[in-house]
Every structure is written in structure tokens, then in C-alpha cells.
Design a protein around this ligand. Structure first.
Ligand code: A2P
Length: 306
């Protein structure tokens, strides 16, 4: 899948990107996976400061021998760094060993205060009690929107923002540029249709993380991979369930960010398959069929709405 979408900056973004979240920073997993992805033909790598593997990701990009301008690189501002995005971006670029990223996202709409000054505390996934109540997303965006002028981030955007939070940014008098992208969790059990429509109407590109459903907390089992409808559809088309899910997202018109640590799966997930309208409908109907609603299940919306 080599299709691209166009950001509101005019830049092209490859529609399938490689996610790096679960890569283990203690091993070479991230490095090997990103190299395998670039070898397989991915030209879009999705990183984040909080994944703690920017060093490896950047090294793989540099070692790949592929010209920098041919790879679309994203990284993200962590929750504890909302008060100084410029410094946080400098630190990310230093770790990546790159001069710029193509996209810099506010990772979560929730400014937080770190427990202490250690790096572990800085990148901890924090919950409500640590909210930086003296700060807010409008103040963060005010600073983030200045970054493209430095050339260090070609475009800027957000992640895990609800419609309400996007509106808050768009309608703020201090907003001079509209976020280029909003990266959120999307898969057939969490289709996020309304948020996708809203973003499209404001020319904000949607990016889907966990498109294979790896965040669905159902007794540790991913119900998408054991779903009989998907299994028989995959079998009849001689493709994998992962390929159905990636291509379903591509057909819905947003960026899809699958991740894997295994070279053959990395390669497989980038393959274009022929998804008919009927196949597409069957996958779209899974939510009704399974009756599982990830949004209600985990209170994702609650988290992003405070
Ligand atoms: P692995 O790294 O062992 O391949 P998501 O993109 O939704 O976060 O899903 C990532 C998860 O899906 C990982 O656990 C990954 O495991 C698994 N995965 C990725 N690609 C495939 C595939 N083609 N077939 C089966 N599982 C896959």
C-alpha cells in the first residue's frame, strides 16, 4: 500500500505507517523492526518520546540508507512536557539523531506533573491525580503551533483528542494553525466514525493506532483474531485477518499504523488486498455482531474528556 493522503500543510503522508509502541527498549527489537519495515517498503514511521525507543528508531532510519526526505517521521510530546514543547522536541530530535520530524503530535490532551525528575517519572503514563490544573491544551497548542516556523517539525497535530477538545483548539482566539492530524485508536470494535467525520470536515487527517485491536482488554485475548466472521472472510480471500483490518482502515480514508516485531508480518501488513464493498460492509458490521464497544468498555472517552 503506497497510497498517500495530503496534510493541511500540503505535505504528503503515506497512508500506512509503521507503529513502534510496544518495541522493547531493552532489546534491539525496535531497531530491527524499523529496519525491517523500511526494507519492506514502509516510508512512514510513527514514534513517540514516551515509547522510550527514539534512539533505536532514529538509528534504524539513519542506517537504512534511504534518503531522509523519503521517510515520513512522526514523534510525540509527552504529557509531562506540555509546558515546554520546544525543549521536548529538541530532546526528541537529539535522541532520533534527525534534524526534523515530519509531524509532531501532542500525545494526550492531558497536561501532567511528573512525580519527580527521573526519566522514568517523566515518561510514566499518568492518570487524573497528576493533572497539571494550572495548564490546558490551548496553552500547549499556542506553543506547539510555533514549531513549524523553526523547521524542526514540518507539521504539528494532536493525538487522543475528542471532538470537544478539537473544537476547543479550533475555536480558540490564540489558534493560528489547525492541527494537521489527530491520531486515535480505531478498529472495527472502536470505529470512531463521528470523530473521523468531524476531523475530515476540518481537514484534519485521522491516523489509526492499534488498528489490529491490540488494546482491546478482553482477558488478554484479541477478539478480532478469534472472530469467526473475520476468519472465514480471510480464508475465502486467502489473506490474513491483519490484512483485512489494515485494508478496511485504508478504505475508510485515514492513515493506518499497524505494528509488529516479526519481519514476515511487517511485510504482510503493508500488502494491498482487494477488499470489495461487501467485504468492507461485513467488517464494518462487526461491532453490531459482537456487541462489544471498546469506548464504553474502557472509558476512553472519559479519559480524553476531562
Ligand atoms: P507481533 O509483534 O508478535 O507480530 P496493533 O497494531 O493493533 O497494536 O497490533 C499489534 C499486535 O498485533 C502485536 O501484538 C503483533 O504481534 C500483532 N500482529 C501484528 N501483525 C500481525 C499479523 N499480520 N498477524 C497476526 N498478528 C499480528
Amino acid at each position: 500500500i503506497t497510497k498517500t493522503l495530503t496534510l493541511n500543510t500540503g505535505a504528503k503522508i503515506p497512508q500506512v505507517g509503521f507503529g513502534t509502541y510496544q518495541s522493547n527498549p531493552q532489546s534491539n527489537e525496535g531497531y530491527n523492526a524499523v529496519l525491517a519495515a523500511l526494507k519492506a517498503g514502509y516510508r512512514h514511521i510513527d514514534a513517540a518520546a514516551a515509547y522510550r525507543n527514539e534512539n533505536e528508531v532514529g538509528k534504524a532510519i539513519r542506517d537504512s540508507g534511504i534518503p531522509r526526505e523519503e521517510i515520513f517521521v512522526t514523534t510525540k510530546l509527552w504529557q509531562t512536557q506540555h509546558r515546554d514543547p520546544s525543549k521536548a522536541l529538541d530532546e526528541s530530535l537529539e535522541r532520533l539523531g534527525l534534524e526534523y520530524v515530519d509531524l509532531y503530535l501532542i500525545h494526550w490532551p492531558s497536561p501532567q506533573i511528573a512525580r519527580d525528575n527521573s526519566e522514568d517519572a517523566l515518561f510514566e503514563f499518568l492518570q487524573k491525580p497528576n493533572l497539571d490544573t494550572e495548564w490546558n491544551i490551548n496553552k500547549t497548542w499556542e506553543l506547539v503551533q510555533e514549531l513549524p516556523a523553526t523547521g524542526k517539525a514540518k507539521a504539528v497535530g494532536v493525538s487522543n483528542f475528542s471532538i470537544k477538545q478539537l473544537k476547543q483548539i479550533i475555536e480558540s482566539p490564540s489558534t493560528k494553525i489547525i492541527p494537521a492530524a489527530n491520531q486515535i485508536e480505531i478498529h472495527p470494535l472502536f470505529p470512531n466514525t463521528e470523530l473521523i467525520e468531524f476531523s475530515k470536515s476540518h481537514s484534519i487527517i485521522i491516523e489509526a493506532y492499534s488498528p489490529l485491536g491490540s488494546q482491546i482488554p478482553l482477558k488478554g485475548v484479541n477478539p478480532l483474531f478469534s472472530n469467526t466472521t473475520l476468519q472465514s472472510l480471510a480464508e475465502s480471500k486467502n489473506v490474513s485477518i491483519a490484512q483485512l483490518l489494515v485494508n478496511w482502515g485504508v478504505k475508510r480514508g485515514y492513515v493506518v499504523l499497524p505494528k509488529s516485531s516479526k519481519p514476515e508480518r511487517i511485510e504482510q501488513n503493508l500488502k494491498d488486498i482487494d477488499l470489495t464493498d461487501d467485504d468492507f460492509e461485513r467488517i464494518s458490521n462487526l461491532l453490531i455482531e459482537i456487541g462489544e464497544n471498546r469506548m464504553i468498555d474502557v472509558g476512553w472517552n472519559d479519559f480524553s474528556n476531562y
